[in-house]
Design a protein around this ligand. Sequence first.
Ligand SMILES: NC(=O)C1=CN([C@@H]2O[C@H](COP(=O)(O)OP(=O)(O)OC[C@H]3O[C@@H](n4cnc5c(N)ncnc54)[C@H](OP(=O)(O)O)[C@@H]3O)[C@@H](O)[C@H]2O)C=CC1
Ligand SMILES: O=C(O)CCC(=O)C(=O)O
Length: 422
Amino acid sequence: MNALAATNRNFRLASRLLGLDSKLEKSLLIPFREIKAKTFFFSSFFQVECTIPKDDGSLATFVGFRVQHDNARGPMKGGIRYHPEVEPDEVNALAQLMTWKTAVANIPYGGAKGGIGCDPAKLSVSELERLTRVFTQKIHDLIGVQTDVPAPDMGTGPQTMAWILDEYSKFHGHSPAVVTGKPIELGGSLGRDAATGRGVLFATEALLKEHGMSLSGQRLVIQGFGNVGSWAAKLISEKGGKVVAVSDITGAIKNSNGLDIPSLLKYSEQHQGVKGFHGGEAIDPNSILVEDCDVLVPAALGGVINRENANEIKAKFVVEAANHPTDPEADEILKKKGVVILPDIFANSGGVTVSYFEWVQNIQGFMWDEEKVNNELKTYMTKGFKDVKEMCKTHNCDLRMGAFTLAVNRVARATTLRGWEA
Ligand SMILES: NC(=O)C1=CN([C@@H]2O[C@H](COP(=O)(O)OP(=O)(O)OC[C@H]3O[C@@H](n4cnc5c(N)ncnc54)[C@H](OP(=O)(O)O)[C@@H]3O)[C@@H](O)[C@H]2O)C=CC1
Ligand SMILES: O=C(O)CCC(=O)C(=O)O
C-alpha cells in the first residue's frame, strides 16, 4: 500500500472511532492546496519550471512539490525533502502526517510537506544552491511566516534553509521565521539539529517506562544514520541504551556488545558513511530490520517495514523515527506478534516541536538557551505520550490509533469552531 493510501486509511479508522461527520471527514482529508513545480516538459496548470545550469554548463530540470494539507490550527508546517523517490502521492501523505503530528504535539500549526525529486549526493554544493533558489522563487508567494513554514527533512539541512531564507527575503524582506532548522547564526534555535533524535529518546523512554523498563541495557537497532538516526544513537547510548546495529545508504554494521557511537559518528563524518567501520562486523543492509534487538528504530525511508519482512522482526518495540516506516499490512502482522509500535506522528514530533520553539523565538526576537529548549521539548513529549495513552484507553485501541484519534479530534474541533460549514 502506498504512503498516501496508508495515511488515508489510518485517518479514516480514527474518524470512525470518533464518529466524525462525513462532510467534515472529507474536508479534513483533501489537501488545502497542492502546488506542483514541474519541468518545462509538462504543461499542467501548476507547472513551474525548475531548471538550473549544472557546473559543466549543461541544463538540468527537476520536479519539485509543496503540498499544503491543512491550516485549521495554524500556519502549515513541514519539511522539504531532496531524494530521488520524491513523488506527489508520498509528499501528499507526508503533508497529511504533518497535520496530525502538529496536532498530537499540540503546537499551533497545520501540516505541509515539500520536496524535489533529485539525488543530492550527485549534485555539487553550488548546484544544490541554485536548485534551492529556483524552487524558492517558484513557491515564495505560497510560503510565509503565518502561512506555511518549511524546515529540513531527508537530504536537506540548515544550509538549505539558509538559501531559502535568503531567496525569500529578496521578495519579502528579512523574515527569519519563514523557515526553521536554520543555522544558529541566522536565527536558528539551539537544540533544533538534535531535536528529532532527542524527541525519539524521550519517546522511547516514555514507552519503556510504561512497560516497567528503562533504556539501560536495552539493545537497539537503528536504520538510517543521518540527522535523526545519528542523534538518536548518540543520545540513547549516552543514556545506557546499547546500539547493536546501524545502517545507512553505504552499508550496515553490527556489534552485539554495543557499537562505540562517538567513534562511529567521527568515522561516518570522515568517510561519508558507516561502511568500513572497524568497531563492528559488516552485515547485509537488507537484514538490519530483522536483526535481534529489543527496540527497532527505523530512521530513514517510508514503507520499509512491510509484509515481506514483518514476520521476521524480532524487536519487542518499534519506535518510528522515520515518517511512515510501517505499512498497514505490517502493522497488523506486528500487532498479532505482540510487537508494540510507537507511531511516527508522536515518536518523531521532537523536530517540529523545536521548530515551533524556533519560530516563537524569531517572532519574539529573543533567543532561548539550549537547556530551556531541551526541557520544554521533554515537557511536550511527556504530555504528548500521556494524551495518546488516554485516547488509547478511551477508544480501546493501539498507540497508532490513540495518536490518530487525538490528532483528528483536535483538528476536527478547530475546523468546526472556525465555522467550516458556513
Ligand atoms: N530531520 C528532521 O527533523 C525530521 C526527519 N524525520 C524523518 O526521519 C527520517 C530521516 O530523516 P533525516 O535523518 O532528516 O534525513 P537525513 O538525510 O539526514 O538522513 C537519512 C539517512 O537515511 C539513510 N538512508 C537513505 N536511504 C537508505 C536506505 N535505503 N537504507 C538505509 N539507510 C538509508 C541515509 O544514508 P546516507 O546518508 O548514506 O545517504 C541517511 O543516513 C525521514 O523519514 C524523515 O522524514 C521526521 C521528523 C523530523
Ligand atoms: O520541523 C519541521 O517543521 C518539520 C519536520 C518534518 O518535516 C517532520 O516532522 O517530518
